[in-house]
Design a protein around this ligand. Structure first.
Ligand code: PHB
Length: 557
């Protein structure tokens, strides 16, 4: 059996309740303006029993999608795996983002790519210019079609039923509260006039093939957009060039941007042709949830929620729709189980059934993607450092290489008073620190030698290594072992152990350390006690960074 046909009604009776409930909790958390919530508030917002929320939260926490901090629950970066699954499976960022970035460079204006999402417009790529602009939308943000340039292009192809759905939404949500990314409608405008104006812009889009936003969202913001069609001729997304009235009026932006925007769209459509001609790569097996969790947590663990989320991720394991058979294979689930999860996702608007299988829909981005995509490196690292400090009862930090120094980007102090007063932003010469040594050790040999010949090591303590041969040996050891221990070379009594943080390609992008008093033990004892949890924390930080950066760019600064 393949997917059910798109017209076949999906019976909610077949839906997997724990999966529905888990997604309801995640959606409620993502929609709330506060990043932390209490289970009791979630019970109120979702209408679920408090005991149900607790079981859902326990399961999602064990799966790594939620984190508990005291009585509060927070979304974790890992949740972005779901939005990543949509972005990977639609194939658009992969094929089109490089063209969007090239256009932004050439025009020196922001460029975005958006897809239709029912009667809304969802951003999937942002190539921003750093300028002071009142609004800047995030990947995953949803806008009402009538309030941005791409909307008229998508609406130009609406059926009458889709137009009706749009009008109904306008009536039932007069303030645009379903669209937290845009300023609320004032209620002062004349709704009929606004709707007629949109229909005029839709007509113009149909006739001219382009769409202009002359300060629809807020004063100053102007944009021009063109549709991008797939080889079947369907409009799959729109590319916008976005500017500000301090630089362009709407007509002058069109004149300035249109020629290059047109050739970019040609190149994009070409890229989509090439992508369609290449056979989709085989699906990767998703790492299924660890079934020992079920035993560990007993009835507190909702196995069917875990399995349903595996199915969601599996749909992102390759480009294009995925058949039931492939989904079952990728998740190692029985077909009947995979099918019920797929039907549930379809019922909730996260997936669509097509003749050749199921495909994820942009609505998946509602599961926290825009907010989590704004996390800084420090915010990603801090919970992992806090967990490490809890284990080893010593302070932990993350630093990056900045010129010849290390610069602290995150730090969690142990409650005991430390003699060294280090804060975020503190810099130390790389050669005298454990984090500096693992970072220098990862440099290409040429750069490592350049560094050693450039710096004049200072003798901070009698133990500080100050000669090029001694430092070279220390770096070679760090490179070989994959960690470094510096014993009272920066400060008397201070011992520090560091391990690298790597990205998804295994490149060292930062270092994590634990700093402790030298009296805590011999260096061997310190290494044996601290290195395993330190490495685990460094791995988790790197994993989270990879998930967050996959479609939103690096945040190592
Ligand atoms: C944006 O990418 O921020 C954007 C695009 C089109 C608009 C407005 C904003 O009409």
């Amino acid at each position: 059996m393949t997917a059910s046909s798109p017209d076949e009604p999906v019976s909610p009776d077949d839906a997997v309740r724990p999966l529905e409930r888990g997604l309801a909790v995640l959606r409620a958390m993502a929609a709330d303006p506060s990043p932390r919530q209490r289970p009791s508030d979630l019970a109120r917002e979702t209408g679920l029993a408090r005991s149900t929320v607790d079981r859902v939260a326990t399961t999602l926490t064990r799966l790594g999608h939620l984190r508990a901090d005291g009585r509060d629950l927070l979304l974790t970066p890992r949740l972005m795996e779901f939005g990543n699954a949509y972005l990977a499976s639609c194939g658009l960022p992969e094929a089109l983002a490089p063209h969007a970035f090239a256009l932004a460079d050439r025009l020196d204006e922001s460029v975005s790519i958006a897809v239709p999402d029912e009667d809304g417009v969802r951003f999937i790529t942002q190539a921003p210019r750093r300028r002071t602009m009142a609004v800047s939308f995030r990947i995953g943000d949803l806008l009402p079609a009538e309030r941005c340039a791409p909307g008229a292009l998508f609406a130009a192809r609406w059926t009458e039923a889709e137009r009706e759905r749009w009008l109904t939404r306008r009536r039932t949500d007069p303030l645009d509260s379903r669209f937290p990314a845009v300023p609320k409608r004032t209620g002062a405008e004349d709704d009929r006039k606004a709707e007629a104006a949109f229909e005029d812009r839709v007509r113009a889009a149909r006739e001219t093939g382009l769409s202009v936003d002359d300060q629809l969202i807020e004063p100053g913001l102007v944009a021009v957009a063109l549709p991008v069609r797939d080889p079947s001729g369907a409009t799959v997304c729109a590319v916008s060039v976005v500017s500000h009235t301090s630089r362009h009026t709407a007509p002058s932006l069109v004149e300035h941007a249109l020629p290059r925007l047109r050739s970019t769209v040609d190149a994009m459509e070409h890229a989509l042709h090439a992508q369609a001609a290449a056979p989709p790569p085989p699906a990767d097996a998703v790492a299924a949830f660890d079934s020992s969790l079920k035993e560990e947590l007993g009835s507190g663990f909702l196995q069917s929620l875990a399995r349903g989320l595996d199915v969601l991720r599996a749909l992102g394991s390759r480009r294009g729709p995925m058949s039931l058979a492939d989904t079952a294979r990728a998740t190692a689930l029985p077909r009947a189980t995979a099918r019920r999860a797929l039907i549930t996702l379809q019922h909730l608007g996260y997936a669509a059934a097509e003749p050749d299988g199921y495909r994820l829909l942009p609505r998946v981005m509602d599961l926290g993607f825009p907010r989590l995509s704004q996390l800084t490196f420090a915010q990603i690292a801090r919970p992992h450092l806090a967990a490490l400090v809890e284990q080893v009862h010593e302070s932990a930090s993350v630093a990056v290489l900045d010129g010849d120094d290390i610069r602290y980007v995150a730090r969690v102090a142990a409650s005991r008073i430390m003699r060294v007063d280090i804060t975020v932003g503190t810099r130390f010469p790389a050669y005298a620190t454990s984090m500096g040594r693992v970072l220098l050790a990862a440099l290409p040999e040429r750069e490592r030698l350049d560094h050693l010949s450039r710096v004049t090591p200072r003798r901070f303590t009698p133990r500080t290594k100050t000669t090029v041969p001694a430092l070279s040996r220390a770096l070679a050891t760090a490179a070989r072992e994959g960690w470094a221990l510096v014993d009272q070379e920066l400060e008397e009594g201070l011992c520090s152990l560091a391990a690298p943080v790597t990205d998804d390609l295994g490149r060292v992008i930062a270092a994590a350390n634990v700093a402790l008093h030298a009296s805590r033990g011999t260096t061997d004892q310190i290494r044996d006690a601290v290195l395993p949890p330190l490495r685990e924390a460094a791995r988790r930080i790197g994993d989270d960074l990879a998930v967050v950066s996959r479609f939103t760019g690096s945040r190592i600064r």
